[in-house]
Design a protein around this ligand. Structure first.
Ligand code: ATP
Length: 203
């Protein structure tokens, strides 16, 4: 079974692309969503978050995202600390999830795939890319936030063009090229790769 990463900058369309793979029957592990779940369910991580970020990190047993965001998006070191607490737990959780799958290939979707060091355990990585103006607009519309807030989040990710150069396959989500045919073509390629276990260049 091949393990495929799916990444891209904020608002590039990772989840939109992941949803198409799911419709094709490919299991998807959404690392960002799962990390949020684990912040509620993993007792050790909860204790660590309270220790480093204060009692207000949880309100009535629920993660107080506003409190956490106000700390980490204003201080790079605090963000690194948060990531250092969350990433190992998510990586271990993903490994368990991988071991339960039986599909020819599976996808792990994560915004910080390279930044977190997760990409190393994967066979191939797909990058989703879109012009920065489009990404800004999409996130502002989706999350009802200002462009400054989106730009602040973008600063915590490596530049999308650098990210894309590290990927084995690229999906253009610039609203000029349809994404469905690109995903279908990639799906066929990945099925072939999983059957023959060939490196990409041999296809
Ligand atoms: P994040 O990094 O914030 O999780 P993402 O990369 O997963 O974002 P999506 O959530 O898939 O991005 O897309 C961002 C928004 O843009 C969503 O509201 C989505 O519906 C919209 N969107 C993505 N691709 C397209 C497209 N090709 N046409 C129209 N809307 C799109």
């Amino acid at each position: 079974m091949l393990k495929i990463g799916l990444t891209g900058g904020i608002g590039s369309g990772k989840t939109t692309v992941a949803n198409i793979f799911e419709v094709l029957g490919i299991p998807v592990y959404n690392a960002d969503e799962r990390a949020k779940e684990l912040m509620h369910t993993n007792e050790l991580m909860k204790q660590q978050l309270i220790f480093y970020f204060g009692e207000e990190t949880y309100a009535d047993g629920h993660l107080n995202r506003k409190h956490l965001s106000s700390i980490v998006f204003a201080d790079k070191e605090k963000l690194e600390l948060l990531n250092s607490l969350v990433h190992p737990v998510t990586i271990a959780d993903a490994a368990q999830w991988f071991s339960r799958q039986t599909s020819p290939y599976v996808i792990k979707e994560a915004a910080l795939l390279f930044e977190s060091g997760t990409a190393e355990g994967l066979d191939y990585v797909i990058g989703v890319t879109a012009p920065v103006t489009l990404r800004l607009k999409r996130v502002m519309d989706r999350d009802h936030v200002t462009s400054e807030e989106v730009k602040k989040r973008m600063l915590n990710q490596i530049d999308e063009q650098i990210k894309i150069r590290l990927c084995d396959f690229v999906i253009q989500n610039n609203e000029q090229q349809l994404i469905l045919p690109q995903v279908l073509q990639l799906h066929e390629k990945l099925i072939l790769l999983s059957e023959k276990n060939l490196p990409e260049k041999n296809l």
